[in-house]
Design a protein around this ligand. Sequence first.
Ligand SMILES: *[C@@H]1O[C@H](CO)[C@@H](O)[C@H](O)[C@H]1NC(C)=O
Ligand SMILES: *[C@@H]1O[C@H](CO)[C@@H](O)[C@H](O)[C@H]1NC(C)=O
Ligand SMILES: *[C@@H]1O[C@H](CO)[C@@H](O)[C@H](O)[C@H]1NC(C)=O
Ligand SMILES: *[C@@H]1O[C@H](CO)[C@@H](O)[C@H](O)[C@H]1NC(C)=O
Ligand SMILES: *[C@@H]1O[C@H](CO)[C@@H](O)[C@H](O)[C@H]1NC(C)=O
Ligand SMILES: *[C@@H]1O[C@H](CO)[C@@H](O)[C@H](O)[C@H]1NC(C)=O
Ligand SMILES: *[C@@H]1O[C@H](CO)[C@@H](O)[C@H](O)[C@H]1NC(C)=O
Ligand SMILES: *[C@@H]1O[C@H](CO)[C@@H](O)[C@H](O)[C@H]1NC(C)=O
Ligand SMILES: *[C@@H]1O[C@H](CO)[C@@H](O)[C@H](O)[C@H]1NC(C)=O
Ligand SMILES: *[C@@H]1O[C@H](CO)[C@@H](O)[C@H](O)[C@H]1NC(C)=O
Ligand SMILES: *[C@@H]1O[C@H](CO)[C@@H](O)[C@H](O)[C@H]1NC(C)=O
Ligand SMILES: *[C@@H]1O[C@H](CO)[C@@H](O)[C@H](O)[C@H]1NC(C)=O
Ligand SMILES: [Cu+2]
Length: 559
Amino acid sequence: MGSFHASIVIVLLGFLMLVSVPTEAATKKYQFDVVVSNVSRLCHAKPVVTVNGRLPGPTIYAREGDRLIVNVTNYAQYNMTIHWHGVKQLRNGWADGPAYVTQCPIRSGGSYTYHFNVTGQRGTLWWHAHILWLRATVHGAIVIMPEQGVPYPFPQPYQETELILGEWWNADVEKVEQQGNLLGLPPNTSDAHTINGKPGPLFPCPEKHTYALEVESGKTYLLRIINAALNDDLFFAIAGHSMTVVEIDATYCKPFNTSALVIAPGQTTNVLVRADQAPGRYFMATRSFMDIPIPVDNKTATAILQYRGVPTTVVPVMPQLPAPNDTSFVASFSDQLRSLNSPRYPASVPLDVDRRLFYTIGLGVNPCPTCLNGTRLTASLNNITFVLPQVALLQAHYYDMKGVFRLDFPDKPPTSFNYTGTPLTANLGTSLGTRLSRIAFNSTVELVLQDTNLLMVESHPFHLHGYNFFVVGTGIGNFDPAKDPETFNLIDPPERNTVGVPTGGWTAIRFRADNPGVWFMHCHLEVHTSWGLKMAFVVENGDGPEESILPPPMDLPPC
Ligand SMILES: *[C@@H]1O[C@H](CO)[C@@H](O)[C@H](O)[C@H]1NC(C)=O
Ligand SMILES: *[C@@H]1O[C@H](CO)[C@@H](O)[C@H](O)[C@H]1NC(C)=O
Ligand SMILES: *[C@@H]1O[C@H](CO)[C@@H](O)[C@H](O)[C@H]1NC(C)=O
Ligand SMILES: *[C@@H]1O[C@H](CO)[C@@H](O)[C@H](O)[C@H]1NC(C)=O
Ligand SMILES: *[C@@H]1O[C@H](CO)[C@@H](O)[C@H](O)[C@H]1NC(C)=O
Ligand SMILES: *[C@@H]1O[C@H](CO)[C@@H](O)[C@H](O)[C@H]1NC(C)=O
Ligand SMILES: *[C@@H]1O[C@H](CO)[C@@H](O)[C@H](O)[C@H]1NC(C)=O
Ligand SMILES: *[C@@H]1O[C@H](CO)[C@@H](O)[C@H](O)[C@H]1NC(C)=O
Ligand SMILES: *[C@@H]1O[C@H](CO)[C@@H](O)[C@H](O)[C@H]1NC(C)=O
Ligand SMILES: *[C@@H]1O[C@H](CO)[C@@H](O)[C@H](O)[C@H]1NC(C)=O
Ligand SMILES: *[C@@H]1O[C@H](CO)[C@@H](O)[C@H](O)[C@H]1NC(C)=O
Ligand SMILES: *[C@@H]1O[C@H](CO)[C@@H](O)[C@H](O)[C@H]1NC(C)=O
Ligand SMILES: [Cu+2]
């Protein structure tokens, strides 16, 4: 079924007017078969979990207002769930996907059909597995076009394409995760980065797996860039070509030109690129950003911007990426991000705050008698290492099941200290718990995420499910509640679903809690998520008929 929009041409006093009348939303159906496929990269062939045998998986194309029906059938040996990253899932947490948060997993041999509507959103998002480390190979793009007849608020590109940045391990990624957990140490870093699943020709392998984008001289292209890496913030640049950033996390932003960009796991960035250089071959390249001395995959993945007609024997030009530890590039790039805030796409920033939250991000060390050092690395928010339950939190909330979680997640850390002062390396234990924070329906929330020097400082991309939020402020050092709010941008702050908290700094976000449900919030570095850097909000129902959680679907997987 196509999208039903009647275009009525009215000839009036010699003026030709095109009026687009939306009539009915379209329904788009997808079949996702979770299968194990033999994939070969970097001279290594291995069985990996994929959707429909593809890496990256299929792109979901939708139009704002569409209904999506995705039947996920699990033929793999692992339990599976799929998260539609950035889709707001209004009243519909049942389709959100994080395992043991909004649903129990789809077991091997089972199916679950995700039903959701794309309401009031357009742009680039993505989907990924939300269980274990399986999103390393189970991910793909979601492209939401504006409603029929509604143009982009930037020049119409000649063509558009998705660029999915990823990470590849030669070993089985679940073995890597398990080994880290057994030892209590950080798991092995990846062996390569990839662009659309391919590492590019800089890797010494006979099979050259390279993505190439053919362009025509003088034309403009829209690149939808997605960071699907598990653990790495990434820089991205194209040799010789400037990029105009026009959208982040499926919200339009004020356009600006840049020679490179930084993108954290979970984020998306749309850029316009004009093929305005001498016809040739230009590398698009991506490499990690890491501004503390810990092991990281520092290898560069490349793809090729190929001008039509240029022989493929021409050696491509390499772009200049920022230095791997270029914190100031990241700060100034982030500083340029502003919501478009136009009459059609206003930035509805909450100006008054009903609920103020202050969460410290900490790394830690807990006892582990079976681990190599007798300890395991851990992570916490307000000193709580989140423990996933055996049944899903949303069901426990909806059916009022007792004993699954507590609603006493603290609004501030148990003790205040010099958060980003000298490294604290003693007394690094945390308390374990399944503790959630209750938020009143439609209240406005301000959350300050404060990095700490417990063990060490590090940057963390935080993702909130069920909402977009406004990034009203950020800074280095300790957040000062007396002074810092004066500097908040409440006019056109960037609106997104994943934001980086800088190394040894803080980030303040605001959102209106108008979507009832149980919503996960976590660091999008999978290594930290598995160490417990996560929590969930319980947003209560409102009083109105359209202000409560929808009933669960019949095929919701049981625990
Ligand atoms: C996987 O592919 C490699 C080469 O591409 C091949 O050598 C190997 O036999 C395949 N394994 C399976 C289980 O099909
Ligand atoms: C989902 O797909 C599986 C496998 O094809 C099929 O058995 C099942 O009936 C489908 N579910 C729905 C609701 O269509
Ligand atoms: C999606 O929208 C349709 C109306 O177009 C509605 O019937 C359906 O309940 C909605 N589904 C969800 C999950 O919100
Ligand atoms: C992790 O790396 C170490 C050192 O290179 C290696 O011995 C080990 O086998 C790797 N672990 C996995 C699960 O691949
Ligand atoms: C970006 O650069 C192009 C020329 O390369 C220029 O036409 C355009 O105005 C610039 N856009 C912004 C937002 O600065
Ligand atoms: C990348 O990391 C490896 C191992 O940590 C190191 O030996 C190498 O010098 C690094 N390469 C670059 C270009 O920084
Ligand atoms: C970044 O790394 C370079 C090379 O390793 C080093 O010389 C420089 O001091 C580092 N800069 C910062 C700000 O840490
Ligand atoms: C754990 O032990 C290893 C090897 O014995 C050592 O290199 C590492 O620093 C220790 N890590 C911690 C967190 O204590
Ligand atoms: C916090 O620690 C930093 C660095 O160790 C120090 O410069 C600063 O004065 C301390 N702040 C407070 C309030 O003690
Ligand atoms: C965190 O909790 C543990 C266990 O209760 C405690 O030992 C530690 O002092 C706490 N740390 C902080 C920074 O509050
Ligand atoms: C939420 O509160 C705002 C501001 O008071 C109000 O405009 C809006 O109608 C409320 N929304 C709902 C769904 O109650
Ligand atoms: C798969 O999920 C089910 C339901 O939660 C659970 O009982 C089972 O232990 C899980 N299997 C594995 C291998 O984790
Ligand atoms: Cu993190």
